[in-house]
Write a protein that binds this ligand. Structure first.
Ligand SMILES: Nc1ccn([C@@H]2O[C@H](COP(=O)(O)OP(=O)(O)O)[C@@H](O)[C@H]2O)c(=O)n1
Ligand SMILES: [Ca+2]
Length: 454
């Protein structure tokens, strides 16, 4: 029964709706795969007693939507199973009022025909019984911002009134936690620096949340997610090869043949192809952690910095400040490599070296897909290089990194922050103790950059 049919039905739904939990759905269309999240919160959100939390994650089978550029219809069809799952999770009488958002990240930022893929995806989402609110490619800055909001919302760092505070030990002692997101095609770093003002305008965000102002630094490195970073590395190594590569970032015995044209199919690698006298790359692993780090190092250009301090490629990075939560995807690499969710310096180094041994014993990892297993050596080493050499997490700073999977029942990715924003669930001002009769005080998210459209 839908809530729009008939006056009596509408009245009943209006009254009972006060007591039903509410739902929102966000699809995270990443470069490598899509996840659908269902969030739930108590209906009475205006007095802020409730907490928005994740009740379901459905992993879409197949490729990320940007992988269907040759057959865009399939991008839409691939989502159907998870949309059906969402229909089971959200009670039927609430389908029509439940908003659905799709946000696509770096894979789609790199795709010239992203609009065509989005149209196919929209077709599927519109045909669902939910209240479809739009499918779009979010900017790297938004991805960083929403990831930061998610982590701090879930940790209770905004000191939201009525917060359940079920994880007091993770709550940041210094106000807010920084957010690190390590994806397949891009990586984001977002935190509140001590240093003010933030030297570069495009890295600067301003928020007013629960009556407090936050000046936040963020940067998204397109092409420096681990899948694209591997391409950057291979393209760089190839320049000095004859088409055969002995690669220290793959385990001994590993063989892969790649078409050079496939390697050069995206904007991350510019114009190198024409100069190469061969059409295929023959890659042979000869795992060596130290040498792997050296080859990875080449993709971080640290030769110039127009600011007081930089990460790499001339991008401003203020001194690191406070604790950092590493979101979702790095967890995969981390969990299997180290078996621990907490990182610390020496331990990290040893574990990364161990990858090479572990990779030879596939039987130890029966559940891991071949693709991920074969790239563990590169992935683990790349993440270490990025954090240490790219962002400057030195030995003592490692203590400040927490590898997060879930906080409570919710994944620590950008999607929750995205939904909180779009459903006006984060107030700019502290809500008064007595509920207001209207929702006008909700939400004022002021972002200084013009490129960020919220
Ligand atoms: N079991 C898994 C699942 C994902 N992953 C990796 O996690 C990353 C997820 O990135 P993503 O698809 O969200 O890409 P972005 O669009 O965020 O850059 C990819 O590099 C996947 O290969 C993994 O290493 N192991
Ligand atoms: Ca992602």
């Amino acid at each position: 029964m839908g809530c729009t049919r008939g006056l009596l039905t509408r009245c009943l739904c209006g009254i009972t709706g006060l007591f039903y939990p509410q739902y929102g759905i966000v699809l995270d269309a990443g470069s490598s795969h899509t996840n659908l999240y269902v969030y739930e919160w108590p209906a009475e959100k205006e007095n802020d007693t409730g907490v928005v939390h994740q009740v379901e994650v459905c992993k879409v089978e197949g490729l990320g939507i940007s992988g269907y550029s040759q057959d865009t219809e399939k991008a839409g069809l691939s989502l159907q199973r998870c949309m059906k799952r969402a229909q089971e999770v959200v009670p039927e009488h609430q389908h029509r009022e439940t908003p659905v958002y799709l946000g696509a990240t770096a894979g789609m930022r790199l795709l010239s025909i992203a609009d065509r893929v989005l149209s196919a995806v929209e077709k599927t989402l519109r045909s669902s019984p939910f209240n479809f609110q739009g499918a779009r490619v979010i900017s790297g800055q938004e991805e960083g911002a929403y990831g930061w909001i998610t982590i701090n919302y879930l940790l209770g760092n905004f000191k939201q009134p009525g917060w359940l505070n079920f994880l007091p030990h993770l709550r940041s002692s210094r106000g807010t936690s920084g957010a690190l997101d390590l994806g397949g095609a891009s990586t984001q770093i977002t935190f509140v620096p001590d240093q003010e003002p933030i030297e570069s305008q495009e890295n600067s965000l301003h928020f007013r949340l629960y009556g407090k102002n936050y000046k936040v630094y963020t940067h998204s490195f397109l092409c420096y997610g681990k899948d694209q970073a591997l391409r950057l590395k291979l393209a760089s190594d190839l320049q000095a090869s004859n088409g055969s590569l002995l690669d220290p970032c793959f385990h001994p015995g590993y063989l892969r043949i790649m078409n050079i044209s496939d390697l050069y199919t995206n904007p991350c690698i510019a114009n190198g192809e024409q100069q190469l006298p061969f059409t295929q790359l023959h890659l042979q692993g000869n795992g060596d952690y130290q040498r792997c780090r050296m080859t990875i190092q080449k993709i971080f250009n640290t030769s110039h910095c127009p600011y007081s301090s930089c990460s790499f490629n001339g991008i401003f990075l203020p001194p690191l400040q406070g604790e950092f939560g590493v979101s979702l995807d790095a967890r995969y690499t981390w969990r299997e490599v180290s078996g621990a969710s907490q990182a610390c310096d020496n331990h990290v180094e040893q574990q990364a070296s161990k990858v090479f041994v572990l990779l030879q014993v596939k039987a130890e990892f029966p559940k891991i897909k071949e693709k991920y297993l074969s790239e563990y050596c590169f992935s683990g080493t790349y993440i270490l290089s990025l954090l240490e050499n790219g962002y400057g997490f030195t030995m003592e700073k490692w203590q400040s990194i927490q590898f997060l999977g879930k906080i409570g029942s919710s994944d620590a990715g950008w999607t929750l922050g995205y939904m909180l924003n779009l459903t006006n669930m984060i107030p700019a001002e502290k809500p008064p103790t007595r509920p207001l009769s209207h929702a006008s005080y909700y939400f004022l998210l002021v972002l200084s950059s013009s490129s960020l459209s919220l």
